[in-house]
Design a protein around this ligand. Structure first.
Ligand code: SF4
Length: 368
């Protein structure tokens, strides 16, 4: 049973309806005040999908009408823990949007004329499927285009499209997180990492901010927890965002120069030997890297570390300061904070720095 937070310690008032009463929940209608109009609800756990955080929601289903009256946070959800951004409760607008498409519609007039007729699912799937099948059989695979607003099926659709020999996959991600995902995926094998922010001592954010909601909401809660426990927060953003204004360090580089900051920090960490060698030995392809890039050097971990020092030697803090416009002392302070945090360093980069500049994906690569 979820332990629901109390409004004040020891009080009977809870922030959320206790789960053992979700089947029989009563509330008075605030809009009927001063009359006391009671509503009986069944609270049904569901998920918000207005972004990939997939926070938990509770649908308040009116027992009398069977209609959803509102959505609130689900305190039993392990990620969001009852907290949502404004888009979560606003899901009610989607449910009852008068323009919501509830069944397949087929165009019957000229394109653009706005004339549609309702068809069955079977008719729609047969029509669309047979056209796609014909295109694939005739070798016109690239006449098929798949567009999805928010890809949340964790790669299933990509595998399906590949199996069909179709290359046309598009989503809003192409102008949002794809740059960061590319850097992450190529350098760490996973395109959407989730660091242990709650237990961090030092947190570095690059264009990935608490106030912008998105899938960052569950992260934001944990970053605030870490901050309350004494963690330092550094934000890299050309603009003084809300998160930057609340951070211990704000680094405002020229847009597109973020990788220089990260390379300089990495160089410092190597110089100070503030490196988790156990992790590097186990999880980095250092042998492969040595053989390909330094075939004349012995294939030992120590030799690879020396090679890395050579590779990074030009990325001094002074170089980064010149390149980015950020004060060298500030870069050094952040590097020191990261070194002192050891394995309790957490970071994230998303959107802006990675998607707003040519080659921006290198930011995620350099961070990793
Ligand atoms: S962060 Fe907001 S939009 Fe995203 S899933 Fe959570 S409540 Fe929904």
């Amino acid at each position: 049973m979820t332990d629901i937070p109390r409004l004040t310690p020891g009080s009977g008032l809870t922030d959320y309806p206790p789960p053992d009463r979700w089947d029989d929940w009563e509330e008075y209608d605030a809009r009927a005040w001063p009359e006391k109009v009671k509503h009986e609800y069944r609270l049904v756990p569901t998920t918000c999908f207005n972004c990939e955080s997939a926070c938990g929601l509770l649908a308040y289903v009116d027992k009398e009408s069977g209609e959803i009256r509102k959505f609130e946070g689900n305190p039993a959800h392990p990620g969001s823990r009852g907290r949502n951004c404004a888009k979560g409760p606003a899901t009610i607008n989607q449910v009852y949007d008068p323009e919501r498409i509830l069944y397949p519609m087929k165009r019957v007039g000229e394109r653009g004329s706005g004339q549609w007729e309702r068809v069955t699912w079977e008719a729609a799937l047969t029509d669309i499927g047979s056209r796609m099948g014909t295109a694939i059989r005739e070798g016109r695979n690239n006449e098929i285009m798949y567009h999805v607003g928010r890809p949340g099926e964790d790669g299933f659709m990509d595998r399906t499209l590949k199996a069909w020999g179709v290359d046309g996959h598009n989503s809003h991600t192409n102008i949002c997180s794809s740059g960061a995902r590319t850097g992450y995926a190529m350098w760490m094998g996973h395109d959407r990492p989730s660091a242990d922010f709650a237990n961090a001592r030092f947190i570095l954010l690059l264009s990935s901010h608490l106030e912008t909601g998105h899938y960052f909401n569950p992260h934001a809660q944990r970053i605030i927890e870490a901050k309350r426990a004494g963690a330092k927060l550094a934000t890299v953003d050309p603009r003084l965002s809300n998160t930057a204004s609340m951070s211990d360090y704000w680094l405002s580089p020229w847009p597109g120069t973020e990788p220089a900051l990260l390379l300089a920090i990495a160089r410092q960490l190597l110089e100070w030997d503030a490196v988790d060698h156990g992790f590097m030995r186990s999880w980095v392809n250092w042998e492969e890297s040595l053989r390909l890039r330094y075939p004349d050097r012995p294939v030992t971990y120590e030799s690879w570390i020396e090679a890395m020092k050579d590779e990074y030697k030009n990325y001094t803090v002074e170089f980064a300061a010149e390149e980015t416009g950020v004060d060298a002392h500030r870069i050094m302070a952040v590097a020191t904070g990261i070194a002192d945090a050891g394995s309790r360093f957490a970071s994230h980069t998303w959107r802006g720095a990675n998607s707003g500049n040519l080659g921006g994906w290198q930011t995620a690569r350099c961070l990793w």
